[in-house]
Design a protein. Structure first.
Lengths: 117, 151
């Protein structure tokens, strides 16, 4: 029942977008790691994590995300998040992810914020 | 535990039992069953989302920690609705939670001073109205969560 998250990288306005389809769980780790390595190879400075509103996200997935945020902090990269349901926006706030990554309501808003900074 | 059990069964008109194989990913069955039950009895969407996450997290703890990822173990989730109150118990074959994880600190986790794990219990406490951990029963270790319908 392991679900493979599909992550497609796109570039918009100097921002590398991780277009993520599927669920964020502990199983997502190798896929997120690979996407991040690819983004780094392309010299990404600004990253936007784009979720699907229907995504299932659990604490295992949040742990994987926290590890990614640790890397981006170390590498002085900027991270934004978009596409989350209202429920998971709340969860991300509770856990404190918003101290390290801004949550945006739309992709447009996110790109404007990231590329403008 | 170990006897044959249907995965989902109604125990009575207001009680549903879900028996899960001890595999990551299967918590979603309990999560969706509890969501359907909550929807039927009239909970609003945002409360249902809270319930889903709490149930999933309790099952994940049961699978990984309570049952120590043993493939032959099972997680039994029982949900009951009465008088505006939905209670969900998650039972694993373990001995209970010996040491509760410390309150998660995102900064410490980012700085690698705290394990990135341990968020399940934190989320459960914040999402449901009441939770009891470490209730030992004849079936094993139970976590019991209560979620009330708001007026």
């Amino acid at each position: 029942m392991e679900q493979e998250i599909q992550i497609r990288l796109e570039r918009h306005d100097g921002v590398t977008v991780f277009d993520m389809h599927g669920d964020l769980t502990a199983f997502s780790e190798p896929f997120l790691k690979e996407a991040y390595n690819n983004a780094n190879d392309e010299g990404a400075r600004k990253i936007l994590l784009k979720f699907q509103e229907s995504a299932y996200i659990n604490s295992g997935g949040i742990a994987v995300l926290i590890q990614l945020l640790a890397e981006t902090k170390r590498n002085n990269q900027q991270i934004g998040i978009t596409g989350l349901s209202e429920h998971f926006k709340k969860i991300f706030h509770m856990v404190g992810i918003t101290k390290f990554a801004k949550i945006h309501n739309t992709v447009e808003e996110a790109l404007e914020s990231l590329s403008g900074s | 535990m170990g006897e044959e059990r249907e995965m989902v069964r109604m125990l009575d008109g207001q009680t549903i039992e879900v028996s899960l194989p001890n595999r990551l990913g299967y918590e979603r069955i309990a999560m969706e069953t509890s969501a359907s039950f909550a929807r039927i009895v009239g909970f609003v969407s945002d409360r249902i989302e809270d319930l889903k996450t709490a149930v999933a997290e309790a099952c994940l703890n049961a699978i990984e920690h309570g049952n120590k990822a043993r493939p032959d173990a099972r997680v039994i989730v029982t949900m009951n609705y009465k008088d505006g109150v939905l209670s969900v118990s998650v039972v694993d074959e373990g001995e209970g939670i010996e040491e509760f994880p410390e309150e998660p600190d995102i900064l410490e986790k980012i700085e690698n001073l705290q394990t990135p794990r341990g968020l399940g219990i934190f989320l459960i406490k914040r999402l449901v109205d009441q939770v009891e951990f470490n209730k030992m029963t004849s079936e094993g270790h139970m976590v019991r969560m209560v979620i009330k319908m708001r007026g």
